[in-house]
Design a protein around this ligand. Structure first.
Ligand SMILES: O=P(O)(O)OC[C@H](O)CO
Ligand SMILES: [Mg+2]
Length: 245
């Protein structure tokens, strides 16, 4: 990867890109909604009960995954599996998360980009590891914006056998666009999590990664483009209609 000389908005760039995109798939947690901070806070809190600290190397392994898959990583990596099962971890976590999720806020640039693509007739959807109940809590205040999505594929969808980094959720999302089957190369995915970027590449799609700055930069390598914010996305780089503002 080469460094872009554009004031730092594009963290890394690749010289050979970019596909001509006809469809866009958005991740949700940490990409459209500022919800990863809730998971971090709750997991720090639970680990403190065992005199352990939560760090970003563990966060990187959990984020983007289905709840039970992330929970297994949590108890195994922290070595507390003999004291707390993955299932009990989810129960403890839930008591706190259910009060936090309804306060979820949009990430910078999310509304602008969704509204721009929708207004220009680009089919858009969401593919998230979140299950139905959490999705409903997180999007309580954002129903109108999410209604612009052609469809939404959730982590507990029957077609999503395995969570990210399996490509299941992105392939299911691709199948649900209207019309002829879409070539994965014509789909652009926006992701924040290492497992999500890998899932999109496993599905044969292009990926723009918008990572938390605390995530180790080694996780940027497989993304096609890495941005500091959705506000820095340039649609015409990907053959998409340009912003007019
Ligand atoms: O990032 P998402 O939207 O796939 O969500 C995954 C988990 O619910 C949170 O890491
Ligand atoms: Mg995410």
């Amino acid at each position: 990867m080469e460094n872009a000389a554009n004031g730092g908005s594009e963290i890394d760039s690749k010289s050979q890109r970019k596909a001509s995109i006809t469809r866009v798939i958005f991740d949700m947690d940490g990409l459209l909604l500022d919800t990863e901070k809730f998971y971090t806070e709750v997991q720090e809190n639970i680990l403190a009960r065992y005199n352990k600290t939560f760090d970003w190397s563990l966060k990187a392994k959990m984020m983007g995954k289905k709840a039970i898959e992330a929970a297994r990583v949590f108890v195994e990596e922290t070595g507390i599996g003999d004291k707390l099962t993955a299932e009990d971890f989810l129960v403890q976590r839930e008591d706190m998360l259910k009060h936090m999720f309804p306060t979820s806020e949009l990430m910078p640039g999310a509304s602008r980009l969704i509204r721009h693509l929708h207004a220009n007739g680009v089919p858009i959807c969401v593919a998230t590891g979140s299950h139905r109940r959490h999705f409903e809590l997180k999007t309580q205040r954002h129903g109108e914006l999410f209604s612009l999505m052609h469809h939404i594929v959730l982590g507990d969808d029957p077609e999503v056998k395995q969570g990210k980094p399996s490509p299941d959720v992105f392939l299911a999302a691709a199948r649900r666009f209207e019309g002829e089957p879409v070539d994965p190369h014509d789909i652009l995915v926006f992701e924040d999590a290492p497992s999500g970027v890998l899932a999109a590449k496993n599905a044969g799609m292009s990926v723009v990664m918008v990572p938390d700055p605390r995530l180790d930069s080694s996780y940027h390598e497989i993304a096609d483009q890495v941005l500091s914010s959705l506000l820095d996305f340039i649609p015409k780089d990907w053959g998409l209609p340009p912003f007019k503002d």
